[in-house]
Structure formats: C-alpha cells, structure tokens
Design a protein around this ligand. Structure first.
Ligand code: F6P
Length: 326
C-alpha cells in the first residue's frame, strides 16, 4: 500500500524527444496503481508558482509520438535557492502530493537531490536529455532520436560535399560531452570526430587531412561537438583553412533541429520502461534516485552518483572511428 494517494510529474531543463512518452507512462502506471497524477507545468518554476493540471488516462492519449513536452519545460533559478525549494515544498504539501517524478538532465537531478536532503517528499528522476551525458544509465531519453536526426542531415550533406569535392564541418550538440558527435560520426562514416573529451584534436586533424589530400580524397565530413576543446565548427574550420587554402570548406551547424521531432522506437520504449519503473520506485518508498538503463535492465541510481560521477565516452568507439576513417 502506498503511503500517498497523489504524485506529480514534471519535465525540466532542455526538452528531449520521448519526454511525452515518459509522461504518459508515469501517468498510466500511477493510475493503474490507484494513484492520482498532477502534471506540473514549466518544470520547477511550476512547483514554486503552482502551475499544474490533473493528468488522467485520456489526457495522455496520442502523445507518445510527439516531440517536445506537453508539460513545457524551463531552467529555474529560484529552485536553486532554499526559499524557492521551501515554496515548492509548501505547494506539494498543500496539494497533498506524496511523491514527484522529474524528467530531465543533471541540472534537474541536482535540484532534486538537494530538495530530498531538505524535505521528506521523495523525488525520483528519469534521464531525459539528447546529450546522453548522465552517469548511471547507458541511454538517456531523446539521445537515439537526436542521433537519427543528425545522420539523416549528414547523409544529405555528404551528397553535396562529394558533388563539389568539399570539406564540411558539421556541428552537433554537446556542450560538455561528445556522445552525440561520436555515435553519429560513426553512423555516418565521418572522416573525423571532434569531442570535448579529447585534447589537441586540430593538429591530428590537420595531419589526417594532409594524408587524405595526398591520396586525392575528394570530400570529407568532420563532425564537431559544439563544446569541442578547440572551438565549435566555425572556429575549427577557420584554423584548418589557414593551412589548407586549396580546400573548399563549408560549415553547417545543426542546432536545435536535434532537439525536436517524433521520438524513435528506442526512445519510446525506453521512456515507457523508465516511466513505469519510476512509479514502481515511488511505491517502493525509494527517494533521491534516478531510474536508468544498464545493460538493458532497469537500475536505480542515487542522484548523488548520477550528478557527481562522470560518464566516460566509449574508448572502443573512439578507436573504431579512427580505424574506419583511414
Ligand atoms: O539539451 C542539452 C543541450 O542540447 C546541449 O547540448 C546544448 O548545449 C543545450 O542543450 C542548448 O540548450 P538551450 O538552447 O535550450 O539553452
């Protein structure tokens, strides 16, 4: 028997395709277990200001296929303050909400962790960010869809790159992590991949290009994570152009197109599993933890680990990407 009759769900931070599938799953799993569900709008801001709407079985019909989030999202500064969190707590108490599921990334989980150190209403997290940079889960919701968006764009760019014998620098998202760059780079057969986790990549890139030039390689696709150590795609392209005047260079920044669109099968299924698992965790009296996917199994990971520990890029993939681009 649950100690409470009502839970809340919210999305926070950058949106990611599959968040709606997770909202649907949380709502239906909770109702199935006899709970009421309140949808909090605009992330933590909604908890402080009381923006909410009840979620029923039918409210979450026909949303599994939608990108974005029906609950809206925001990055909230007030929740970083003790006063803001106290207001959120008072709101939850007033509404007799006994547990909260938060869907987002590390900023979201940092707020949830601090809240759970101060107050007794349990928070459970679902990793939702296209960046896949959360420790304790192999995949975050939205990552797979973003990858598919990237490769369908890069495939098109490769057509024109090869028609003109051009060198293309394509910037993908990842302010602090190279997960999108690495995986999409392998999937689209990129000649080189630049990520924030590896230093001094421009000099390696230059010798690689020199080699290719000698072998009369006609076009090149270079994937650059936006947070790469030596700059985004425009900066890297400029540095390369200084030494390769003969190259016809172009830059494409894919930008927020990567955050939208209908979620892939993988993201829909992951979101459905994780939403269900989050409700189970609340019913099981868990708190201050994220539900994640490890080796295709559900894992419960304390927020303090999820936000503190660093998720490493897969070294094997990095190596494969180099070998395959000879
Ligand atoms: O969602 C994560 C992320 O996509 C990062 O890769 C990117 O740097 C950031 O969000 C940009 O978000 P916004 O434009 O919403 O500030």
């Amino acid at each position: 028997m649950a100690k409470f009759k009502r839970i809340a769900v919210l999305t926070s931070g950058g949106d990611a395709p599959g968040m709606n599938a997770a909202i649907r799953s949380v709502t239906r799993a909770a109702i199935y277990n006899g709970l009421e569900v309140i949808g909090i709008r605009h992330g933590y801001k909604g908890l402080i200001e009381g923006y909410s709407k009840p979620l029923k079985v039918h409210t979450v019909s026909n949303i599994i296929q939608l990108g974005g989030t029906i609950l809206k999202t925001a990055r909230c500064m007030e929740f970083k303050t003790p006063e803001g969190r106290k207001e959120a707590y008072d709101y939850l108490k007033r509404r007799q909400i006994g547990g909260v599921v938060v869907i987002g990334g590390d900023g979201t989980f940092t707020g949830a962790r601090v809240f759970n150190e101060e107050f007794d209403i349990p928070f459970i997290g679902i990793p939702g960010t296209i960046d896949n940079d959360i420790y304790g889960t192999d995949y975050t919701i939205g990552y797979d869809t973003a990858l598919n968006t990237v490769i369908s764009a890069v495939d098109k760019i490769r057509d024109t790159a090869s028609a003109h014998n051009r060198l293309f620098f394509i910037e993908v998202m990842g302010a602090d992590a190279g997960f999108i760059a690495l995986r999409s780079g392998i999937a689209c057969g990129a000649e080189a991949i630049l990520v924030p986790e590896v230093k001094n990549q421009v000099s390696t890139l230059k010798s690689f290009l020199e080699d290719g030039f000698r072998r009369k390689k006609s076009s090149n696709i270079i994937i650059v994570a936006e947070g790469s150590e030596e700059g985004g795609a425009y900066e890297i392209a400029k540095k390369v152009k200084e030494d390769f005047q003969e190259y016809s260079v172009r830059v494409t920044v894919l930008g927020h197109i990567q955050r939208g669109g209908s979620p892939s099968v993988f993201d829909r299924v992951s979101a459905s599993r994780l939403g269900y698992a989050a409700v189970e965790a609340l019913l099981d009296d868990q708190k201050s933890a994220m539900v994640g996917l490890q080796n295709n199994k559900i894992a419960l990971v304390p927020f303090r680990q999820a936000v503190k520990l660093h998720k490493e890029l897969n070294k094997e993939l990095l190596n494969i990407s180099k070998v395959l681009s000879i």
